[in-house]
Design a protein around this ligand. Structure first.
Ligand code: GLC
Length: 468
């Protein structure tokens, strides 16, 4: 493979033109705890019996945090496996956490919040709708982010602070970030194979739908709608009506602006029964989905695609993830599935796709650079200046993943390609198949200071650049 072709692409210093983006529905505050010193200290105060119980529970994956020991078990599980985890906790556990831990930093959280602030570092116009907007929450938004109201037929922009609602709750989540090789001791000691984080999500409630805002006006002022926050939903008597409302609002967005790309940034749900329903309603209403290598396995299982899920479980690489993404795009009729993973990203694009695949690839290169810079600095967002000064190169892991994808696809072919054609494919990262394309990009690998929000930044910057 001509690695130079890829290094040249990563030498990108001028940001591509970005599309106008609407982000909705979830913004919260993230209370960041970097490193495992604080939890280690709290664990050291526990009795042997308590530690034994925590360690016993940490083998399985908990669905929610109902007690202090659940919290430690979840954190141990995340550290031991190096897996990202996102769990809801009860108010009691939250109060306890507030008395034991101190945040190293508080910053904007939630997909709609993180995306809005990152996009506004590169674009003067970012439109946001946040289901919760307390004055405290509003103070975390970039001043430039446009919170809309409609006057006559026109959309009017306000800074978050001006339209904050005093009665709204502030959702504060705890984020525990750890590095590769960091250790945590219960009865025995665990070392993390990979930098990652545990998110403990607060019980503050909201409904992810547009309220008191003209959906048509939103659509007319955006090329892309990045929607998320559905993880909040539960199987209760309102779920059916809420899902109907969301789906009809998505249809309204598309009717008012047939060119708009509606994207769902997937976040696993605590309530798996509700998740299934959300997948088959919201999933079928949107055009595009962003998901990581862990989440896609669960989603495929939920949708009955056991074969593809098992294949990733057995050997997780770009080829098995591509097969999973392709299946997902078929099952939910998505024109675009974007998988962000370790050292690479790929997108399955259904034909006829509205954007040329090389533009999609270059957008993925851009978003990889932004995400790697964010990870490296551990900051809430990456500025244009930082981007222009970057010196990042694609990773060896990424190159190996392009080879894995190309190799897998080649075996599927009835008539094999010549070695010259195969080399050209490795260099371009674009593979054309009957009814779709798959685009793959090797991304830089850095020792991250923080991993939270990377998927959000990757997905939003990629789609904004692709549609710019
Ligand atoms: C989820 C979490 C939020 C975090 C975000 C990062 O929305 O609830 O705390 O900032 O994911 O992706």
């Amino acid at each position: 493979m001509n690695v130079k072709a890829w290094s040249d692409r990563f030498a990108l210093k001028r940001a591509p033109k970005l599309a106008k983006v609407l982000t909705a529905f979830n913004a919260n505050v993230d209370a960041m705890v970097f490193g495992l010193h604080q939890p280690a200290k709290a664990l050291a105060l526990l009795s042997q019996a308590e530690l034994a119980e925590i360690e016993k529970k940490c083998d399985s994956e908990l669905r929610e945090i109902k007690s202090q020991s659940d919290f430690f078990s979840a954190l141990l599980h995340s550290v031991k496996t190096g897996k990202a985890m996102h769990l809801h906790a009860s108010q009691g556990v939250f109060d306890w956490m507030g008395s034991v831990f101190t945040a190293d930093e508080t910053r904007i959280g939630g997909q709609a919040g993180i995306m809005a602030n990152q996009l506004s570092a590169f674009h003067d116009f970012v439109l946001t709708y946040s289901s919760l907007l307390s004055p405290l929450q509003a103070s975390f938004f970039d001043q430039k982010v446009c919170f809309p109201s409609t006057s006559g037929k026109k959309l009017v922009c306000h800074p978050a602070k001006k339209v904050a609602r005093k009665g709204d709750a502030t959702k504060v989540n705890w984020i525990f970030e750890f590095k590769t090789g960091e250790k945590l001791k219960a009865k025995s000691e665990f070392h993390s194979p990979r930098a990652n984080r545990l998110i403990v999500s607060s019980p503050a409630h909201y409904t992810p739908v547009f309220e008191n805002v003209d959906v048509k006006q939103l659509a007319k002022n955006a090329d892309v709608a990045m929607l998320s926050g559905f993880q909040q939903l539960h199987l209760d008597k309102n779920l059916g009506a809420t899902l109907k409302k969301i789906s009809s609002q998505i249809a309204e967005l598309k009717k008012a602006n047939p060119k708009i790309a509606v994207h769902w940034e997937f976040v696993p749900m605590e309530d798996k029964k509700a998740e299934k329903l959300v997948l088959s309603s919201v999933g079928k209403a949107v055009d595009s989905m962003g998901i990581n290598e862990v989440e896609i396995v669960d989603v495929l299982k939920a949708l009955g695609a056991k074969k593809e899920a098992d294949k990733i479980g057995k050997l997780e690489n770009s080829y098995s993830l591509y097969l999973g993404a392709r299946r997902l795009s078929e099952l939910l009729k998505l024109e675009r599935v974007h998988v962000h993973s370790f050292g690479f990203q790929l997108a399955v694009l259904r034909k006829p796709y509205v954007v040329a695949p090389d533009k999609v690839r270059d957008a993925l290169v851009f978003s990889s650079i932004i995400a790697a810079l964010k990870a490296l600095k551990g900051s809430a967002f990456v500025s244009r200046k930082e981007f222009e000064a970057h010196a990042l190169v694609p990773s060896e892991t990424g190159f190996n993943q392009i080879r894995a994808l190309e190799g897998g696809l080649d075996e599927e072919r009835v008539k094999r390609f010549s070695s010259m054609t195969r080399r050209a494919l490795l260099e371009s990262g674009i593979f054309e198949l009957n009814d779709h394309y798959v685009v793959i990009v090797p991304s830089p690998i850095v020792q991250p200071k923080s991993t939270v929000g990377l998927g959000d930044v990757i997905s939003s910057m990629a789609l904004a650049a692709e549609r710019g």
